[in-house]
Structures are given as structure tokens and as C-alpha cells.
Design a protein around this ligand. Structure first.
Ligand code: ARG
Length: 560
């Protein structure tokens, strides 16, 4: 709508310019003063080639016919300045948004290729931490953004249900656990046992050996170990499911670490066959370069490791989904691990490992420190969500006591607040956990953006908006500003995908909401001669706000 493309095409044709369209487009500037037009092209470089003064060139261009996107063209100071035909541009854009609705800003550059997302992936028998919330919401949002760009996605919740920690847990349960308590409150009780195990192991390191022994037993299908493990796993998954329902996220697969138990041997054999395995201090390792520690494949006691499972999972996913790309949405403290896994895959001859991307994100800090289950320093996500919903309910009840569906709306608003808080900053930044900040309902928050959409809904209802744009519109300067933000949405979606950065969308939504609320404060929408075009503009804003929120994984209430 800003006419840059058309301007560049026009210039290229007129000038029979050697330069590519992109190069010409890059030369186009924005005039310093509004009265000089909307776009400007500097003619200085052409002066030598054409042997004319820049202004002569500009004047010649200005007197010929210009594309209909532009109202007029003028030569000034060696520049060719053009003025957009704003009415036409606005009519085109708003017609498009109202017709395409939520499909506005869809791209097709993904060509239906598949991206596999490894996201959420909490460890069972531990509380669902705020860190896993980050992976869940960043991953889900990136998956939705990818779909909007024309990719197919597979959302895999790679549950952490295998590893030495289960040996420790089984050991702790057999020493100090009480069945009734664990049955009543599995996650809480198991966490207590886990914390206690680490406390006691500080004084008695032999406990660690015992823990390792139990894990080995588990890997060797010991019935007692297996039975306990299944119990812990089922109870945990049930508890996590509640959280996923609250967050309204779904997965295509829950194949976690244990799913690969019977598949790891094949990987190990393959490594052996290609002469990549080496024994070092009794353990099996693969060397992958001097700049990085070797990748551990098997411990001295033959037990497998996190990396062994990730290697196997990557190969399995490639075979199952023949993915174009794989995104691992995991905190940046695991960067080394993913680098090691990639390098081992490359050594195996799997060049597709280049299409695996670790998508790291910052920590959630509490009082400046990392949260840790082991040290008992952790905030339960479920508690946060429930408090957020309660607070939302209170707020809504005060403002709108008659609201039907109060419970549903409170859930949409409370959960939306938590998700938005997480997605509003660049994902690499650490986030200081603050329930208070998260739950603020004014300022740069999710509820503020949601409120923009519901406020528009009220206007559309009152004005009986019929979804149509009038043929004739009078576009005022003030609405132009808002409209040009609407026009940016497709570019923002593309940028969010390319940078793997949902905050591009959240920041954009804040900007759009601010602009809309300014517009709303300064323009009478109902009962004005311009009502129908203004309602069409409002409806377009609402379409974009709702779709933007959906891309973040946030619902839009009808009222609030
Ligand atoms: N369960 C792991 C953790 O909580 C995260 C798993 C990430 N995904 C992967 N493929 N390793 O640290």
C-alpha cells in the first residue's frame, strides 16, 4: 500500500535501468517534509550516465504518465517526488482485509514443507516450571506463525521421562516415600522426595551411586523399577494435561525420551560401524572437534544419556516426518548439547542436521536468580495461572458485573495476560518473574490488547456494521496513520518467522492498539457522516488484533 514496489517498477521501465528492482527499491527514500510527497527517488547517480542534470531527469519523469497508485509527481532538488493516491490505497487495503479476514497476511513461501517443533518437553515427576511455560508458549506461537507462512508443522512434546533422575527418584521413594501421600498429591510429593534426595546426597555421596544403579535397573527392565516409573509418569502427565488445557495448547505427539529406549541401540551400532565411538575412561564418546567437548553416548555402566536419546529422536523424526526444518525450543543453557548432537549427526553423514535449529530463550529469574527444582526455588505454573484467572475475574466483575460467561472470559483474560507477558520481550532476554507485572490490566499487557478488540466489537454491534466498505471514502490524515500500521501486518508476520521471534507480533499488536485507541479518542465513530467507513476501519483493526493474538496463542473474548 505504500506504493514502493509500483514506484520501483515504474522507474525501472522508464529508465531502462540496469539495476535490479530490489536495488532500485532500496534507493527510494521518504521525503523529509510531508508536503514533498510520500516517496522520493534521488536522480543524482543517473546524471552522469544520462548526461543531464538530476533535476532535468526528475522533471522529465514527472511530466510523463505515472501509475494510478499515485496522484501526482513533482521534481524538486534533484529528486522525483510522488504523492500516493491514498483513497485508492486505503480502499484496496481495507477491502482486502475485510474479504480475507483471518487469512489476511497469510504467506505461501513455506510451500507446505514441514517444520518439526520440539517444544514444552517438561520433565515428569517435577512441577511444570515457568521455564517450560516459556518453551510451550514460544514454541506454540512459532508453530502458528510458521503455519501462517505456509508451512506444515508437527508439534512434539518431548516429555522428559527417562534419565538418571528417575533412578534417584525411585531410590528416594523406596527409602522415604509413602504411597498414600504420593497418590493424593503426586507432583508435590515426588518433588519433595527429589529435593530430599539431593540434600541427603550432599552428606552421603553413596546415594548418588544407588540412584544410578536404580536407573540402570530401569534401563534393564527391572519390574519393580518399571512399575514405579509408569506410576510416576502417568500421574505427572495427568497433572500436566490440566495446564495444557488452561493454556489451550495441543500437541501432535507426546513421544518423549523413553519412546526411544528400544531405538537407541541402532544409533549406537551405527556410530560403531562408522568408527566414531571411542572408549574414554570406560565411557563411550564421540569426538567432534577441538573447540567443543566430546559427546557422551554411554556411561561406564552402559547407561545411555540425554544426547543418545536426542540423536536417536532426530533420526526418527527425519525418517517419520521428512522435515524441512526442525526447531528445538529450549532454554539457552542447552546450546552446547544441541551443538554436540548436530555435530555427531553430521559425522554420521546426516547433512540434514544443518536444518536443525536450537531456538534458545532466556531464563525466568526470581529475585535475579535462576529457578531450580532441586533447591526448591520454583514457582508453580498452575498456581500462577489460577491466580491470574481469579484476578481477571475480580477485575471484570467490578467493571462489568452483568457479564455472562464470566468464567470463560476470566480464563481467556487471565491466561492471556500470562502468555503475553512472556511473549512481549525478545525471547533471548531473561524475564524477571513478577506475578504483579504479569497481571496488570493496563499498560503494555495482553488484557489491554484484548480490550481493544472487545471495544471494537461493541462499536460494531451498536453501529450494526454489515461488513461492507462504502464505495466512496474520505480518508483523513489521522486514520492514514492507523491504516499504515494495518498495512504492516504481513511484513511483521514474515519478520516474526524469519527471526523466530513472537515478540515482533506482540510489539506490533501494542502499537496497533495504541494507534487505534488514539484514533478512537479523537474521532467520533458512531452517529457521524463517516460512520460506515470508520466502522469498516474498526472492523479491519479488529480482524488484525484477533489474528495477531491467535498467533501468540491468546484468545479474544467477545466482551470483557
Ligand atoms: N526435558 C528437557 C528439560 O526440561 C528439555 C527437552 C528439550 N528437548 C530436547 N529434544 N532435548 O531440560
Amino acid at each position: 500500500m505504500n506504493g514502493k514496489k509500483q514506484f520501483a517498477i515504474f522507474l525501472k521501465n522508464k529508465l531502462v535501468d540496469e539495476r535490479s528492482l530490489d536495488q532500485i527499491e532500496k534507493l527510494i527514500e521518504k521525503p523529509k517534509q510531508i508536503h514533498q510527497g510520500d516517496l522520493a527517488f534521488p536522480c543524482f547517480q543517473l546524471a552522469k550516465i544520462l548526461k543531464k542534470s538530476p533535476n532535468e531527469i526528475a522533471s522529465e519523469l514527472a511530466t510523463g504518465t505515472i501509475p494510478d497508485q499515485f496522484e501526482k509527481a513533482e521534481a524538486a532538488g534533484g529528486y522525483l517526488n510522488v504523492f500516493l493516491n491514498k483513497k485508492r490505497a486505503v480502499l484496496e487495503l481495507l477491502t482486502k482485509i475485510l474479504q480475507d479476514k483471518e487469512n489476511y497476511a497469510d504467506h505461501d513461501f513455506g510451500n507446505e514443507k514441514t517444520i518439526v517443533f520440539d517444544l514444552s518437553s517438561p520433565n515428569i515427576a517435577k512441577p511444570f516450571s515457568m521455564g517450560h511455560l516459556r518453551s510451550t508458549v514460544i514454541g506454540s506461537s512459532l508453530a502458528s506463525i510458521s503455519e501462517k507462512c505456509g508451512y506444515k508443522t508437527e508439534r512434539i512434546n518431548y516429555i522428559g521421562d527417562w534419565g538418571t533422575q528417575f533412578g534417584k527418584l525411585i531410590c528416594a521413594y523406596l527409602k522415604w516415600g509413602e504411597e498414600d501421600k504420593v497418590r493424593a498429591n503426586p507432583i508435590e510429593e515426588l518433588t519433595k522426595l527429589y529435593v530430599r534426595f539431593h540434600e541427603e546426597a550432599e552428606n552421603d555421596p553413596s546415594l548418588n551411586d544407588e540412584g544410578r544403579m536404580w536407573f540402570k535397573k530401569l534401563e534393564d527392565h527391572d519390574p519393580q523399577a518399571t512399575e514405579l516409573w509408569i506410576w510416576f509418569k502417568d500421574a505427572s502427565l495427568k497433572a500436566f494435561q490440566k495446564i495444557y488445557e488452561l493454556l489451550d495448547v495441543q500437541f501432535d505427539s507426546y513421544n518423549g525420551e523413553s519412546f526411544f529406549n528400544d531405538k537407541m541401540e541402532e544409533t549406537v551400532v551405527e556410530l560403531q560401524r562408522k568408527n566414531l565411538l571411542e572408549t574414554s575412561e570406560g565411557a563411550q564418546i564421540v569426538r567432534i572437534g577441538d573447540d567443543i567437548p566430546p559427546c557422551l553416548i554411554k556411561k561406564t555402566d552402559g547407561a545411555t544419556l540425554y544426547a543418545t536419546r536426542d540423536l536417536t529422536a532426530a533420526i526418527y523424526r527425519k525418517n517419520t516426518y521428512s522435515f524441512d526444518q526442525a526447531f528445538y525450543v529450549v532454554g539457552h543453557e542447552q546450546s552446547l548439547h544441541f551443538e554436540q548432537v548436530k555435530r555427531v549427526l553430521k559425522k554420521l553423514g546426516h547433512d540434514w542436521a544443518d536444518n536443525m535449529h536450537h531456538v534458545p530463550f532466556g531464563l525466568i529469574l526470581q529475585d535475579g536468580k535462576k529457578m531450580s527444582t532441586r533447591k526448591g526455588r520454583t514457582v508453580l505454573l498452575e498456581t500462577v495461572l489460577i491466580e491470574a484467572i481469579q484476578l481477571a475475574e475480580q477485575n471484570i466483575r467490578e467493571k462489568n458485573p452483568e457479564l455472562k460467561e464470566l468464567k470463560t472470559v476470566a480464563q481467556q483474560v487471565g491466561v492471556g495476560a500470562v502468555i503475553f507477558h512472556d511473549l512481549k520481550n525478545e525471547k533471548g532476554n531473561d524475564v524477571e518473574f513478577s506475578l504483579e507485572q504479569m497481571l496488570r490490566f493496563e499498560g503494555d499487557t495482553g488484557p489491554y490488547v484484548q480490550y481493544t478488540a472487545t471495544r471494537i466489537q461493541t462499536l460494531l454491534n451498536k453501529g450494526n456494521f454489515d461488513g461492507e466498505l462504502p464505495q466512496e471514502i474520505s480518508i483523513e490524515e489521522e486514520s492514514w496513520d492507523l491504516i499504515s500500521v494495518l498495512n504492516d501486518f504481513p511484513a511483521m508476520v514474515e519478520q516474526a518467522f524469519k527471526r523466530k521471534e513472537p515478540s515482533v507480533i506482540s510489539k506490533y499488536l501494542l502499537k496497533l492498539s495504541h494507534k487505534f485507541n488514539q484514533y478512537y479518542a479523537n474521532n467520533k465513530i458512531l452517529n457521524s457522516p463517516e460512520t460506515s467507513e470508520r466502522l469498516a476501519l474498526c472492523a479491519s483493526v479488529q480482524i488484525v488484533v484477533k489474528e495477531g493474538l491467535r498467533l501468540l496463542g491468546i484468545q479474544t473474548p467477545n466482551r470483557m
